[in-house]
Design a binder for this molecule. Structure first.
Ligand code: NOJ
Length: 750
């Protein structure tokens, strides 16, 4: 253990919060004065009203009395701007203090124009593009009156059984941090008071993605060190990027439900990070603490939740019902209520709602599905697709492959390619691969369409023969398989993550025709596809790619552009390997690749443990595809890795340089990745951690010098003493195209 020479970073981050505060001091004081004034006029009931959120989709009139009495602070699921204005009018013009309503919605990966699911967006490794997508979502949603989205979802997820992995940015902390910042900035724009800006809500705070066995809502057991090293940093990054609100999670971690956990909601979020926005519960997560067995009844739940630091209760209504008594009984302090209401009013002021409470009802037509929005959605889909196999360069499709058989249940599935969490898009707007290929390439190629199966869970094999016949008449087969959108997302966990229905049989039968088989998978999670991969000549993973997914995939298949996406999550070979992720610790007996597999074990073998390593008898040690993996139509050569020194001290920056050359025949974009391993720590450290990435586009033959700067301070972690420090010692720096194939250099931090 090396406790000397620690570089303590807590102080540095504290000062950056302070200086940030100074910059906005004037503006903030002004707002705080207005809040003081308003608070001084509010009754307890009106204050609690601000802490109460309901969902209104229709029958708005029945809520008018509550609005007049100031009993509702925010509303979600109202997406009709005229209706929103009617609700707002009652709040602003007919309630005693005229406090405006804040309208919220789950705008997760687009409002009308649907972008790839967040897991697909993460595969772009392109924060600028993701920021643009979030901005577009904000422009469209705000035209409907929505000024608050319950996004981005920042749950680190290492379990593909969990349906909500689709909403996440995958398994990696650093990548999720970068995506979190981008999405927050995109939703909120430069100025929250712009009517086209939408308050973001990073969620779910915290640890929800570690639900045991991938079963949704399940308990988590994340240690404080792991919370701080792995699960909290994306939220901290989102807060630093200005996130206006945060949502608590459903899970209990180590026995404490998030909506009743003052350590995360007060100590970490408020005291350490200086967050001054709103904490909202998840849907009824306050009263679910009764089912958790953490609270005796709904009143107890309201007490624990408010005292823990929840400002707004989503829908379950225990605050409005029980806080008056709880305050009367001195179970909740009036200062606690005032602080919560202050947070809520602050966000309403920052959104400009007091000055401009109504939505302009004429914006919808110009905002929805604007050509620029569709173009951005297409570009994001293009960059999200990951090419996992391309035997004998079967892709891109060459012009001599005149007859194309298009098969599979996802080839023309307008609803399903949109993915989970889509409420507001019209599926008729979705361009499917079949439509796009017919539209853009139908004049040059002859297209035979025979789906074989009608939907992903289809077990009726009657259509497979027809699909095989179509394939026999073709020069190449394009098979679109995967998951219907409803099979991932909230409450849609799976214990078996292989292709549903008879899709694997369809692929196997198609492959027997001997025609080149290109498989395109659209899914909300990594699936266990080893056999499907083996029978395919090429395989593209397209996630659920959204409105413009068809055009994006068509252009990739026909070589208009080259695939560039990389996996934001490790693909297991078998479901039993889960959780499997690249930045694991080493164990005392790391696998060496020489382990005995199950079929190699002799009969009546004697018991042995000496010399044994950490692996699975049936699955070996390796994943199917590592984090960061993805092919291109071209090839890239990495060379000449240099770092500025082999010894650094705490305030230094490691300057990294290497060359990247396009040695293939296509223009292509490579996502270059930099990892670091801290060899020895006061606690065991991951075998590698992503620290930098970049997208580099090169023409055939082009060679570029790539530079990265990595301040030594970014090597800090929460150590044995629960301090965030850089521990001196040996490090390995790695650079390459994915988390496995890496060039290395050693360095020392003194
Ligand atoms: C429950 C989900 O967990 C959360 O992500 C979502 O924002 C709320 N419901 C509101 O729909």
């Amino acid at each position: 253990m090396r406790s000397t020479g620690k570089i303590i970073l807590i102080a540095a981050s504290f000062f950056s919060v302070v200086s940030c505060t100074n910059v906005t001091e004037f503006k903030k004081d002004d707002t705080e004065r207005k809040i003081d004034e308003l608070l001084s006029k509010m009754t307890l009931e009106e204050k609690i009203g601000q802490m109460h959120q309901i969902s209104i989709e229709r029958n708005i009139e029945k809520h008018f009395t509550d609005l007049q009495n100031g009993n509702i602070g925010s509303v979600f699921n109202t997406v009709n701007p005229i209706m929103a204005n009617q609700i707002q009018k009652v709040a602003v013009e007919e309630s005693r203090l005229g406090i405006p309503i804040l309208f919220a919605r789950d705008v997760i990966h687009g409002f009308k124009t649907i972008f790839p699911i967040p897991l697909g967006q993460a595969a772009t490794f392109n924060p600028a593009l993701i920021q643009e997508g979030a901005r577009i979502a904000a422009v469209e949603a705000s035209a409907a009156g929505v000024r608050w989205t319950f996004a981005p979802m920042m749950d680190i997820s290492r379990d593909a059984r969990w349906g909500r992995i689709a909403e996440s940015c995958g398994e990696d902390t650093y990548l999720t941090e970068k995506m979190a910042e981008a999405m927050v900035r995109g939703f909120q724009g430069d100025d929250l008071s712009n009517p086209a800006s939408v308050a973001s809500c990073p969620k779910h705070f915290v640890g929800y993605g570690a639900a045991e066995s991938g079963r949704d809502y399940n308990s988590t057991y994340i240690t404080e060190r792991q919370l701080r090293n792995v699960y909290l940093p994306p939220f901290e990054a989102a807060v630093k990027a200005g996130a206006a609100t945060i949502m608590t999670s459903f899970n209990d971690n180590d026995g404490i439900p998030a909506s009743g956990n003052p350590f995360i909601l007060r100590t970490v979020l408020r005291d350490e990070w200086g967050f001054d926005g709103v904490v909202v519960s998840d849907w009824s997560s306050v009263t679910e603490m009764v089912s958790h067995g953490f609270c005796s009844d709904r009143k107890d739940a309201a007490r624990k939740s408010v005292n823990a630091g929840v400002d707004i209760e989503m829908v379950s209504g225990s605050f409005i019902k029980h806080i008056p008594d709880l305050v009367g009984e001195s179970c909740i302090d009036m200062n606690t209520i005032d602080a919560a209401v202050r947070n809520i009013l602050r966000i309403k002021f920052r959104l400009g709602l007091f000055d401009n409470p109504y939505v302009n009802t004429t914006l919808e037509d110009s905002a929805y599905y604007h050509p620029n929005h569709l173009a951005a959605a297409k570009q994001t889909a293009v960059e999200s697709v990951v090419l996992l196999k391309n035997e004998e360069n079967v892709l891109p499709i060459r012009s001599d492959k005149k007859r194309i058989a298009i098969v599979g249940p996802l080839a023309d599935a307008q609803h399903d390619q949109l993915g989970t969490w889509v409420f507001d898009s019209e599926e008729e707007k979705t361009v499917t691969p079949l439509n796009a290929i017919r539209e853009s390439y139908g004049d040059k190629y002859s297209i035979i369409y025979e789906p074989g199966l009608t939907y992903s869970r289809d077990n009726n094999v009657a259509g497979i023969a027809k699909a095989v016949n179509a394939a026999k008449q073709a020069d190449i087969i394009l098979a679109f398989v995967g998951e219907e959108s409803i099979l991932s997302g909230e409450a849609h966990s799976l214990a078996d993550i292989s292709l549903q229905g008879k899709q694997s049989q369809l692929l196997a039968e198609l492959s027997k025709t001997g025609k080149p088989l290109v498989t395109v998978i659209m899914a909300g999670r990594p699936l266990t596809i080893e056999n499907d991969l083996n029978v395919s000549d090429a395989l593209m993973y397209a996630w659920h790619p959204g409105t413009m997914g068809g055009e994006a995939i068509a252009d990739l298949l026909f070589g208009e552009c080259s695939p560039s996406g990389k996996l934001p999550v490790t693909f297991p070979r078998m479901v039993g390997q889960i959780p499997i992720y690249y930045n694991r610790n080493n164990t005392g007996r790391p696998a060496r690749g020489t382990e005995t597999l199950i079929h190699e074990i002799p009969l009546k073998a004697g018991q042995t443990s000496l010399g044994c390593n950490s692996y699975w008898l049936d699955a070996g040690y390796d994943e199917l595809f590592p984090f960061g993996y993805g092919l291109s139509y071209t090839k890239f050569n990495y060379d000449s890795l240099n770092i500025s020194s082999d010894r650094f001290s705490e305030n230094d920056t490691v300057k990294v340089n290497f060359t990247l050359e396009n040695i293939g025949d296509f223009e292509g974009t490579e996502i270059v990745q930099l990892y670091v391993q801290d060899k020895v720590g006061s606690v065991t450290r991951p075998i590698k951690e992503l620290k930098r990435f970049d997208r580099i586009t090169l023409s055939p033959g082009e060679k570029q010098n790539i530079n990265f700067s990595l301040p030594v301070k970014e090597l800090a972690f929460w150590n044995l003493d629960m301090e965030k420090v850089v521990e001196p010692g040996d490090f390995v720096l790695m650079v390459g195209p994915n988390s496995k194939d890496l060039m290395t250099k050693k360095f020392v931090v003194e």
